[in-house]
Design a protein around this ligand. Sequence first.
Ligand SMILES: C[S@@+](CC[C@H](N)C(=O)[O-])C[C@H]1O[C@@H](n2cnc3c(N)ncnc32)[C@H](O)[C@@H]1O
Length: 294
Amino acid sequence: MELAKKENQQLNIGYNRLCDCKPTHINCLNAKEWVKQQVAVWEFFYEKRDIREKDIHPAVFPISLPKKCIELFTHKGELVLDPFAGIGSTLLAARDLERNAVGFDLNEKYIDFTKKRLSQEPLNFCNTQQMAILDDALNISLYFETETIALAVTSPPYANMLNHQRLNKSIRGNLRENKYFKKVQQYSNNKRDLGTMKPQEYAEALGEIYKGILPLLKPKAHCVINVNDLWEDNRRYPTHSYIIEKLEKVGYELRNIIIWDKRKLVNKVGIYGWPSNYITFSTTFEYILDFWKP
Ligand SMILES: C[S@@+](CC[C@H](N)C(=O)[O-])C[C@H]1O[C@@H](n2cnc3c(N)ncnc32)[C@H](O)[C@@H]1O
């Protein structure tokens, strides 16, 4: 795939550490804080600032998810990238933690909303910058110098998962017919929107995007992708394994697979499939894939 022909438009944004940690340390955590991070099943809860209104954005992760990744894989002052930034949860997390950050999204409505969120008062004193840019993630390499990004963390579209009428099968009984019932909640109709693509085409497109990002990462920088598998016509599409295959092919190395345990966020799980077809509902967990640049 060819990059759109654009002028080189490198951003003026900081990427150097503002802390005095030893150069070999991968984060600013002390040993006690590090131990807490070692469980490979993670739980997150929404806070007041999180946006859960699906008419604003249909698939937002809690700010605490990118926050944990930023704390684990970067130092104060370093640069974080979110290639599929949506309404900017990663940028808010970066600002809370004094990291510079840039997020990209194809959809102008989401970029505008992110800017609005960022214009609100920060939680702490802020000596770093966070920017939301309206562009295809395929163009990211035009914006950065090589080896400047310390972490890429995102939740991309889960292929064309949202591109159907919502039947709410994971919700039980009359709760199912909520205001989103039978609505299609795709991000856009843009052909470059990964949310319009079938799983194989999607995996190809994601591989191309991450190939472009790799040279921008510092050596051993981590790259975290939150994703879920798809079920369609009674078939599972293991999107997480397509992503592992594609990213390894373009030069990343898989380090950790973390399970995001969502059981406490999900109420009254539907009895889908009973009594003849056993399907483990993926609404109760998601994957967090952790790669690095070898
Ligand atoms: C799962 S959402 C991310 C939500 C985000 N984590 C948040 O909390 O707001 C995925 C986003 O990817 C965007 N997107 C899809 N294809 C894209 C592309 N080629 N380049 C940039 N963004 C894209 C969609 O517009 C959507 O907002």
